[in-house]
Design a protein around this ligand. Sequence first.
Ligand code: SF4
Length: 299
Amino acid sequence: MKKDKLSWAQLVREAEKKNLPLIDYLLERSAAQLETDRASILAKMETMLQVMEEAVAFGLTGVKSNSGLTGGSGKKLKEYIDSQETGKKGLLGSVVGTAVTCALAAAEANAAMGRIVAAPTAGASGILPGVLMSVQQHCGVPRDKLVEGLVVAGVIGEVIANRASIAGATGGCQAECGSGAAMAAGAVVYMLGGNGKQIGDAVSIVFKNMLGLVCDPVAGLVEVPCIKRNAGSVAQCFLAAEMALAGIGSFIPADEAIDAMDKVGRALPHGLRETAEGGLAMTPTARAWSENYFKGIRG
Ligand code: SF4
């Protein structure tokens, strides 16, 4: 018998039916699935949060990737924002500026082989740390709420992985960075007091704006354009979360937006799904750099 796909709308309905706050229902469900208890799940999420913080701190030292292609952007953006007059925190403002800075730093930590949390993948590992660090710093979200936000993000990731894919090789970058942004947007809406429907709206809005994003890493390395796509995804996350919190709904429900993302991903040509045979990876600059790089490796 075909199993029903995991559905965000259904999870929200189940919590309502049981008369439980959404977070309690999600924790109860995850604990049953993993044969553990609520406290252990929260402790695991706290550990993940710490790893994310360490990745940001490592990235902010200005690390360079092993290939030499990327590094130092997070540090550079932080220095630029910090150098602005008080009250003028760059074009992005405090919340998005800090989030982009930290997302760049964590993604650069990944490219430099630092320890990261795949959220949902290594390629998209800067988005959630960036968003969480910024919300903690600028929105006064307490630690326990941040940890719960990670739980919400994790369940959204589970729904996406179940209905579609979180792999660039299967669904393009919309499945990696798009999913990371959707997970982070859902977490932000939750942490700032939104309800289950609003979380779903934010997820859907992210996919509306990131649908079709291809996976085209230069030389097959998770560096260009990956690191800056983490930064762009942070902006998409806050855009969607702010709209959802304002009560702007999504005409297309989250589950259907995820299904659409899946179909679009499978329709993408092979060259735009992590093969480095299309998109930015095939530009003259990328090809010249790759040729040199592989020549250097082969010796
Ligand atoms: S471009 Fe491809 S490898 Fe890079 S982050 Fe996106 S999905 Fe991952």
